[in-house]
Ligand binder design. Structure first.
Ligand SMILES: NC(=O)c1ccc[n+]([C@@H]2O[C@H](COP(=O)([O-])OP(=O)(O)OC[C@H]3O[C@@H](n4cnc5c(N)ncnc54)[C@H](OP(=O)(O)O)[C@@H]3O)[C@@H](O)[C@H]2O)c1
Length: 326
């Protein structure tokens, strides 16, 4: 079994979860951590068992022994950090939102192709049991056609204008942080919408803090999506179909659930609770692709990431969400 040396760029909250996942994989070597601060890199490295700690991202990217870098800086920096890692010969898996806008994502993809390196957006749902179960049920035909999707994600972080969730300079706003999930649901289960409408409410720092979005499809299907830092609803979507409905959600208890309501039949519930919240499956996919000489993942292809960021751009335009410098 080929082993891969993993580097972590930006040891924040999400990197801690991802590192827990890496520990479950026999072919992943927890190799290096890069932080803007040497002390933070050392603390993270000793907590999770990484071999090297660097006090800058540049040093992390320059280490010839690193095979794959996982990037979990704020979205505002994904473009810059991904380009730097690719130009240093590293394969990259970068957190969502992949970048701030379509132009940035296109440049990242072009660079990966130019360097002949692997690149993937770290999208969590496609690897999870609740998503797989939902696909299986839809494929069985028991629900018929999807007619409407209602998707949501909200939680209540305390307002802090410096925090990446509220700071426009760091790509702040609920849409790119959590609203991206209902958008992923709609793209996955129905597709790219033909028409979009959106309304947002803004925080005192000017970042969007609640957004409601409507998708319309020429086929007659529709979706309504909502994300917010003001309410607390967890994450999920409800598919309203010809012959029944299905809820695909992760509750505040962290359990993944699929609730199947076929008209005229008893309700069925499927509950899943993967180890390390299932983050290791994304890392496993990167290494499976590299083992098979693939430069992108068939599970999360770069074409999906482009559809996603283009849709997010269209939503932002309708809702009046602009990042500094755009
Ligand atoms: N897939 C998921 O389920 C999931 C869940 C949560 C978050 N995420 C994504 O992961 C990324 C990071 O989120 P997080 O919650 O881990 O954020 P976080 O806890 O704030 O960590 C971000 C890290 O980025 C680094 N950083 C670099 N430049 C920075 C700057 N100018 N200001 C602040 N921090 C900066 C910091 O590390 P150093 O200063 O030590 O280098 C910081 O620890 C986001 O893109 C987010 O969307 C994904």
């Amino acid at each position: 079994m080929k082993k891969y040396n993993w580097g972590i760029l930006a040891p924040g909250k999400m990197s801690a979860k991802f590192a827990q996942g890496l520990k479950l994989l026999n072919n992943a070597v927890l190799y290096s951590v890069g932080s803007r601060d040497t002390g933070r890199a050392e603390k993270f490295a000793s907590e999770f068992g990484f071999l090297k700690a660097y006090g800058s991202y540049e040093e992390l990217a320059a280490d010839d022994k690193t095979d794959i870098v996982y990037i979990a800086s704020p979205h505002s920096h994904h473009h810059q950090h991904t380009l730097m890692c690719l130009r240093n010969g590293k394969n990259v898996i970068c957190e969502k939102a992949f970048a701030l806008n379509t132009r940035q994502v296109q440049e990242m993809i072009e660079e990966a192709r130019k360097q002949n390196l692997f690149l993937m957006e770290a999208l969590w749902p496609p690897f999870q049991p609740f998503y797989k179960k939902a696909h299986e049920i839809l494929k069985s035909g028991i629900l018929g056609e999807i007619l409407h999707l209602h998707g949501w994600f909200s939680f209540q972080p305390p307002f802090d204008p410096a925090d990446r969730k509220f700071n426009l300079l760091l790509g702040g706003g609920s849409l790119l942080d959590i609203g991206i999930y209902p958008v992923i649901d709609a793209l996955t289960f129905i597709g790219v919408p033909d028409e979009i409408n959106a309304f947002a409410i803004f925080s005192p720092s000017g970042s969007e803090e609640s957004i409601t979005v409507s998708f319309r499809y020429k086929s007659g299907k529709m979706a309504d999506l909502y994300s917010s830092f003001k309410t607390n609803e967890g994450i999920g979507c409800k598919l309203l179909c010809e012959k029944g409905n299905m809820i695909v959600s992760r509750g505040r208890d962290m359990n993944q659930r699929v609730i199947l309501e076929v008209h005229g039949k008893p309700v069925e519930e499927f509950v899943f609770r993967p180890e390390a919240m299932g983050y290791h499956w994304e890392a496993e996919e990167v290494m499976r692709c590299l083992d098979n000489n693939l430069r992108e993942s068939p599970v999360v292809p770069l074409s999906f990431s482009l559809d996603l960021i283009r849709t997010l751009d269209r939503i932002r335009e309708k809702a009046g969400i602009v990042f500094p410098g755009e």
